[in-house]
Write a protein that binds this ligand. Sequence first.
Ligand code: ZN
Length: 412
Amino acid sequence: MNLLVRNARLRGRDQLVDIGIEQGRIAAVAPDLAASAAETIDAAGDLVVPGFVNLHLHADKALLGEVMRPNVSGTLPEAIEITNDFKRKYDPQEVARRAGRVIETGIRNGTTFFRLFADVGTIGGLRAAQGLLLVREKYARLCDIQVVAFPQEGIVRDPGAAELLDEALKQGCDVVGGLPWYEYTDAEARQHIDICFDLAKQHDLDVHMLVDDTDDANSRSLEYLALKTMREGFHGRVTASHCGAMAGYNDVYAAKIIDMVASANVTISANTHINLVCSARLDREPKRRGIARVKELLARGVNVVSSQDDVDDPYYPFGKPDQLEVALMMAHTAQLTLPHELEQVFDMVTANAARAARLADYGIAPGNKADLVVVGAPSVRQALRLQPPRRHVIKNGVEIARTSVAQELRGP
Ligand SMILES: [Zn+2]
């Protein structure tokens, strides 16, 4: 073996196991493996999980918080306005430097797959996409990256955006983005979705849209997205992020939509911590949470994930990024605190997200890719509670990051 991870605790399994790794793949998983290896890592009874998956990260905007004016209203429209001032002057190298810093932190926190959103439109042209494509190349050894060509200013209301999206995909972007709810009318939102699917079919790529990211319960583009997904046979190839308007739907309509989403096998990336900050800003009291109906989606068997979304930018002043922190936020905002719900939350940043990205050979089993994280805690609950350092991060069978923290209590 090239690498042995000894005394690993796997989710849902009492007995500790050893994980043998050869040629970047998991070769064996068993207690007390009788094998030797060039290198050995002792997990010492801590949880070992597959690499975290962050399915939605605006890496082009990340860390603008260091240089921007503050978002005084805290709302999405003001965040968009602030970002536009920077986008006019974007330079791909500068975008890549900011994004790279965030990717490096994400890797140290155990994320081995990122789906990065690049704004594509008439304000910033292709410069953000070109910057993130540079990042994909630079970090290829340390993590897998997909770049989404994302029309942040809309498509119908931003003439020229459709052509730029097509060009971004030709230049190497991996996923077709979308923002239908941002169009001026319902008819144009549907037109937006049609254009995205035309591009997806033409380039044979998956779709990831930001949907109904508003408190307006009349924002219903998720309905058409689910319908379109079914009609085009894109089952399992579409992700819808946010969908916060769902919180305001009447229960009958919400049940119908959740049913359609399940039938179309559309993944929902709820990113609830962002909505908790940005939604319902105009409410007095009681104040809505403005998040997707996570529990109802889970109950209907929908693939739900949660992603970092923003890191220190006009939309959100926090974020490391760290998918374990994202999972903890999800547990709070969606009130998922029972033992089986904590497992569901953990799936949202691992297996569910991997399924949405259609990652083959993901997970801890022989034959799969050796992308592993030794989390410094013995269980999912303790990992969520303590947010411990990721002691070892392994990508393609090679240790790429290691963290240890020295703390000393003088007393009592
Ligand atoms: Zn987003």
